[in-house]
Write a protein that binds this ligand. Sequence first.
Ligand code: C2E
Ligand code: MG
Ligand code: MG
Length: 330
Amino acid sequence: MDKLSGIFKKPIKAGEKNIQIQVGINAGITLFPDDGDDFGTLYERASAALSNAKKEGKGDIEFFNPVMEEKAVSFVRTENLVDSAIKDNLFIFYYQPYFNTGDLSTAGFEALVRLKDKEGKIYSPAAFIDYLENSVYLKPFEEFALETVLKSIEKWHVNISLNISAKSFKRHDFMQKILNACYSVGSRLTIEITERALVEDIGKTRSLLSGLKFCKKQHGEEGICENPLKIAMDDFGTGYSSLFCLKDLPINILKIDISFIRDIAKGHKELALVKAIVELARELGLKTVAEGVETEEQLGLLKKLNCDFVQGFLLARPMPEEEVSKFLGK
Ligand code: C2E
Ligand code: MG
Ligand code: MG
């Protein structure tokens, strides 16, 4: 293998002037008969090894191993699943309530996508969201998601949060659609963007988010939106943001990641961390949501800390649209 990559490391001389061309290669290798005893199998498996090598970067050469094949098969399965979901409108939304911590009254819902196949099997985002977010289908999907959530807000007159991907957050036309939504639903709409996505390029994030606080009025003039949508930083604590960034970003809500809430009852240090986040957020004028509350003990501690909102399986699981009306008593 070293010999092979050594050959391609040397520049190739071309033309009369002996111009030096540097060639970068990737290769996938299969071994006969261990990896297959016919050309078709060996070729397919070499392709799987090659696509792995490409992911590792220029110059990488990989031998086939069975894990690569499993990954390739699962990728194709996901591709087919998402493909049919887009063609046949198989995406649906579940809604998980979040509650005011003090009296546990419903404060709003988070829209969480699911894929329901033709046999009625429900897939959660873990099965397809990474693929979807990196595919050409992201744009139609997120436009459908926004439309669905706006309709739900109008139907139930409740606050709803929509998760959006880092890519859509940077897409001007999609953000414009979100801005236009201020007219119809205003502050009932919250968009959730992960901390990781928000802190990737803090300067750009600041200008994108500030733009969302403005509305283009119907006659083209720009002004501060009277009912601006709310912006939540999702999975807070997992994105390595410096706390310093928080003071500069025009966000409204911090969603404290489930990993912190899970540990809150484990010890003094864990509790101190969540206490510090809640207090800092309050000082900065931000509301806090505790994600993934699963026990009475966690809820009790969050009440003591005056965390504004709580969300988790202890209080309510994500539910299909039909159940929301029942839940709201409508
Ligand atoms: P997220 O936005 O942080 O959503 C919270 C996830 O935690 C949801 O998983 C929810 O079902 C789960 N959860 C809520 N309470 C509890 C609890 O008490 N215990 C545990 N163990 N889990 C709890 P879900 O629905 O599988 O969504 C996973 C992630 O997929 C979301 O994380 C979000 O990042 C992404 N996602 C979901 N819907 C959408 C969408 O419409 N668009 C985009 N771009 N991403 C989405
Ligand atoms: Mg979320
Ligand atoms: Mg979250």
